[in-house]
Design a protein around this ligand. Structure first.
Ligand code: ATP
Ligand code: MG
Length: 514
């Protein structure tokens, strides 16, 4: 009997010894409930926030909520087929996206998977979507311009490499247009671009891709798309993935431009996601950490110090306002995170002043540190002149007789606003911008009919190209616009004006408007 008991005990001991230690209940879990792209899981005791979780049917999710008895997981993908009772396991990895030069010219989703029919992306490098932002000592100050090719921006609200400049305005005021023109203008400037589309229609994105292709800008651009039809976890993740893709190049010493179009839709996606996860709502039902969400995203844009390669990540986040209300919750949050904003005015847009940049409400906190010396010089007082023009304009509406000075301020202001108009998809080279603004500031255009202004500027551009190309070369290469050159340009312009005085040769305005 005792023998039997001993052998039984031995048997049990042997079985216990054979127990596979590798199965660790703290790294597996069971789905308790699932719905609206959220799975609540029992188990996963050691799960990390932001960790990638693999489900039994090969789909994935990200840990978003860690409760006492359960873990809330946001699921990726459109056709999630996870059911109650399914098993899942920890991967011990944070959610990562593929990065590298193979992503240039590609359209990917928030997980970095290609969605453009150009085959798989061949890269072996990955980067976590939530990477910490560079430390203060790793950064250097913003001191180099990122040329947008848009006269109103480069002259009055300059953007520097490593800066974060918000584009803010109501719907349909040309926000995306500014961002796309800036991408087009980076051609041959050794700057990579990442355009992150959040919550937009697929048709709008298709148009953007077609335009970038048409202007040869797709080859240095990556598009990260989380369209309106994608579930909220993908929309939440998209800007973080896009930043990781961009950051990789920044750490390789490149200049990178990233556009988030737009962060109001991102805030809404985050609100949806966290309400589904039953996190308590705060102001306007946004989660309490919405400010932290956007600040940790935008803090990743910076200019790195020379020792770290001197790369930069310039961010142009876009925010949509409702009836011009910039004091709403999300706009004020993002205004305070960024280094300035370009405010687009609906009134200006509708009355034909495009790009509709309101020079009074727009600001760049980096300021003229992000401007070249020549641009600083030619655009001096431009904002002041426009401000006094708008003030006078309001007064002149009373209809009283105006004195000579007021009339001349009004005339000059009208010329300046006309010169700052610019067509979409037509970013200008810095040298053309400088000549246009120099002529406008000189007052030589004040007696020209407003509808003729762009014709005159275009003809002057042609004349310089034909007869005095060295002026452009000196501006572009030596960053110099000498007094001698200024005199030559003025002389050429005066001659041009003389020769066109009696001319009946009216060029088609549409053709030359720029
Ligand atoms: P949404 O709120 O829908 O995202 P948005 O503010 O991004 O709109 P866009 O889509 O960029 O605005 O532009 C709205 C319309 O205005 C487009 O049809 C565009 O072609 C036109 N547009 C934008 N900028 C200019 C410009 N400088 N000159 C002429 N048309 C322009
Ligand atoms: Mg838009």
């Amino acid at each position: 009997m005792e023998n039997n008991l001993n052998s039984l005990a031995q048997l049990i001991q042997d079985e216990l010894n054979k127990y596979d230690q590798k199965i660790d209940s703290s790294s597996i879990g069971e789905v308790v409930s699932v719905g609206d792209c959220i799975a609540t899981v029992y188990g996963l005791d050691n799960a990390m926030y932001g960790e990638l979780i693999e489900f039994s049917n090969n789909s994935y999710g990200i840990v978003m909520n860690i409760n006492e008895t359960s873990v809330g997981i946001a699921l990726f993908g459109n056709n999630v087929t996870i059911k109650e009772g399914d098993m899942c396991k920890k991967t011990n990895k944070l959610v990562s996206v593929p990065v590298g030069d193979a992503l240039l010219g590609r359209v990917v989703n928030a997980l970095g998977e290609p969605i453009d029919d150009n085959g798989p992306i061949k890269t072996s490098e990955y980067r976590a979507v939530e990477s910490p932002s560079p430390d203060i000592m790793d950064r250097s100050s913003v001191n180099e311009p990122l040329e947008t090719g848009i006269k109103a921006i480069d002259s009055m609200i300059p953007i520097g490499k490593g800066q974060r400049e918000l584009i803010i305005g109501d719907r349909q005021t040309g926000k995306t247009a500014i961002a796309i023109d800036t991408i087009i203008n980076q051609k041959d400037k050794d700057t990579y671009c990442v355009y992150c589309s959040i919550g937009q229609k697929n048709s709008s994105l298709a148009q953007i891709v077609a335009k970038l292709k048409q202007y040869n800008a797709l080859k240095y651009t990556t598009i990260v798309d989380a369209s309106a039809s994608e579930p909220s976890p993908m929309q939440y993740l998209a800007p973080f993935s896009a930043t990781s893709i961009a950051e990789y190049w920044m750490h390789k010493g490149k200049n990178v431009l990233i556009i988030y179009d737009d962060l109001s839709k991102h805030a809404i996606a985050y609100r949806t996601l966290l309400l589904l996860l039953r996190r308590s709502p705060g102001r306007e039902a946004y989660p309490g950490d919405i400010f932290y969400l956007h600040s940790r995203l935008l803090e990743r844009s910076c200019k790195l110090s020379k020792e770290l390669g001197g790369g930069s990540l310039t961010a142009l986040p876009i925010v949509e306002t409702q009836s011009g209300d910039i004091s709403a919750y999300i706009p004020t949050n993002i205004i305070s995170i960024t280094d300035g904003q370009l405010f687009l005015s609906t009134n200006m847009f509708n009355s034909g002043f495009r790009p509709a940049i309101d020079s009074g409400l727009s600001v760049s906190r980096v300021g003229s540190a992000a401007q070249t010396k020549i641009m600083k010089e030619v655009s001096k007082n431009l904002r002041m002149k426009l401000a006094s023009y708008h003030e006078m304009l309001d007064f002149s509406r009373f209809g009283s007789d105006l004195d000579k000075t007021t009339v001349s301020i009004l005339k000059h202001g009208a010329v300046l606003t006309e010169v700052l108009k610019q067509k979409q998809y037509m970013p200008l080279s810095t040298s053309s911008e400088i000549i246009d603004i120099f002529i406008a500031q000189s007052g030589l255009l004040d007696d020209v009919e407003p509808h003729q202004i762009h014709k005159f500027l275009k003809l002057l551009d042609n004349t310089i190209l034909a007869n005095a190309k060295d002026i452009y070369q000196s501006i572009n290469n030596k960053k110099e616009f000498s007094d001698e050159d200024k005199k030559r340009v003025t002389k050429m312009f005066v001659q041009l004006k003389e020769s066109l005085k009696d001319s009946t040769n009216h060029l088609n305005d549409e053709e030359i408007y720029r």
